[in-house]
Design a protein around this ligand. Structure first.
Ligand SMILES: [Zn+2]
Length: 285
């Protein structure tokens, strides 16, 4: 698989519950110098929950997914990374404790990295539109305390990348009762606008830092020679504005589905054109 171009292995969507299996996976991955990208969730603690467990889940009468469901797996896999020497990457980190543990592991010199999604720094569980399945994802939207902790992780350098966890689901699946519909939302087209709104415009990070989190940050996690404008590098480029106003219309989206909580949101700044392999593939009107 590595010879065929595999750049990482992952259990995203189906977390490995057996620690011995994860240990073996990390040992194999290390022997090929591949990172292990984990969806950190203890399914026994999640126990069929639909949103973050806390005041809001009680208020709405929905089953909760505790923050500890993520925390115990991040702790386990940091320890297994220490045991095996494998590169361990936390997908879509969302809790205060997980962020603290990743920062601690990095300080200790372990090869641990993490990413955060735009919706996890842009929204909290209290901001969900009740029973709207466009707010249902895993990990679930967390509390304001968790959100501020992961933003502090970005500011302080403990977060390596912004990644969208882009998850299209057709309306036939998503437009059901909250308990029945699948987890996940769109993310690609709103990622840059949300990052500008929540990170750059409020002055939390510089524009250069944001660009790094979307380009060389993920490239370094995967040990890929990408994400630069260097002569000879792959010409995959997003041209963007930091200031122009645009409104996201999910029905005009290029994604195959319509499951976004940001439909109708007006952004300040966002993509203007995208170039893939040296050719323009999209331009804003
Ligand atoms: Zn996942």
């Amino acid at each position: 698989m590595k010879a065929a171009g595999v750049v990482a292995i992952s259990d995203d969507g189906r977390p490995v519950m057996n620690a011995r299996v994860m240990r073996r996976a990390m040992e194999f991955a290390r022997s090929f110098d591949l990172p292990v990208i984990d969806h950190c969730e203890d399914l026994n603690l999640s126990a069929g929950g639909d949103m973050h467990e806390g005041y809001e889940s009680v208020r709405l009468g929905l089953r909760g997914i505790p923050a500890s469901s993520e925390d115990v797996m991040v702790a386990r896999d940091i320890l297994l990374a220490q045991l095996t020497g494998a590169r361990f990457h936390v997908a879509h980190i969302s809790t205060r404790n997980a962020m603290a543990m990743v920062a601690f592991a990095k300080q200790g010199g372990l090869p641990v990295t993490c990413e955060i999604t735009p919706h996890h720094f842009a929204l909290t569980d209290a901001q969900m539109r009740p029973y709207d399945s466009n707010f249902k994802m895993k990990p679930p939207l967390r509390t304001a305390g968790d959100t501020s902790a992961v933003v502090e992780g970005i500011v302080g350098g403990a977060v390596d990348a912004i990644a969208t966890d882009h998850a299209p689901h057709p309306g036939s699946e998503k437009m059901q009762e909250f308990e029945k519909c699948p987890f996940g939302i769109l993310g690609l087209e709103t990622a840059l606008g949300l990052a500008l709104e929540h990170l750059v415009h409020p002055g939390k990070i510089t524009l250069a830092k944001l660009v790094a989190l979307l380009t060389i940050g993920p490239a370094q996690v995967l040990h890929l020679d990408r994400g630069t404008l260097r002569h000879g590098a792959p010409a995959d480029v997003t041209i963007f504005s930091t200031d122009s106003a645009w409104t996201y219309d999910v029905n005009a989206s290029f994604s195959k589905s319509r499951n976004s909580p940001f439909d109708g949101h007006t952004f300040r700044g966002g993509p203007v054109a995208t170039i893939v392999g040296g050719s323009f593939v999209w331009k804003r009107d």
